[in-house]
Design a protein around this ligand. Structure first.
Ligand code: URA
Length: 191
């Protein structure tokens, strides 16, 4: 996945650009854009769908109920949130937490592309169908895509259920645990 020459080549400048972004109608409803946060050299990047109410209010990704569950998943993986990078497909909250439209996803995609190109993670976990579609294309369900590595350029992308889906259906937690263990097995400790 290539670095874009039409966008800033550091995360802080890119975030500053997103802060005043007017590329799509979601800009109108936002309190804060939620650019993403974490280690700029993270080995693991997690991508969600878009900000919810708590994220829009704070400007930080995954800080509401789904975020608390994500923190638990990360700590079960032996990772601290700060050593990963957590972002979203769209940076501004869709009204009523609607699924972002293809136009909105496309308008916001350059930011995500640049984030990935700058961070160069060893692994990406796509949380839910919106992230899977944005990163990998296609229209397969999470049920079909989960549990194995796909490729974005040469970066392995694991697809699993979104933590919000686990809040609705806790029986899927076991599947997510199986999925993330694949990343843990492949992500060797730093030498
Ligand atoms: N759900 C998401 O997809 N992203 C967030 O940042 C929070 C909840």
């Amino acid at each position: 996945i290539g670095l874009r020459t039409d966008l800033p080549s550091d995360l802080a400048a890119l975030s500053a650009m997103a802060a005043t972004c007017q590329r799509c109608p979601l800009a109108e409803g936002r309190t804060h854009p939620v650019f993403g946060e974490g280690d700029p050299h993270a080995r693991l990047m997690l991508i969600g769908e878009g900000p919810g109410a708590a994220e829009d209010a704070s400007g930080r990704p995954f800080v509401g109920p789904a975020g608390q569950l994500l923190d638990k998943i990360l700590s079960a993986m032996g990772l601290r949130r700060e050593e990963t990078y957590i972002g979203n497909v769209v940076k501004c909250r869709p009204p009523n937490n609607a699924t972002p439209t293809p136009d909105q996803m496309q308008a916001c995609y350059p930011y995500l592309q640049q984030q990935i190109a700058l961070i160069q993670p060893e692994f990406i976990i796509a949380l839910g169908m919106t992230a899977a579609r944005a990163l990998l294309g296609g229209a397969e369900s999470v049920a079909r895509m989960r549990g194995r590595f796909h490729k974005l350029g040469d970066i392995p992308v694991l697809v699993t259920y979104h933590p919000a889906a686990l809040l609705r259906d806790p029986s899927r937690k076991r599947l997510v645990w199986e999925d993330v263990q694949r990343v843990m097995v492949r992500m060797k400790p730093p030498g």
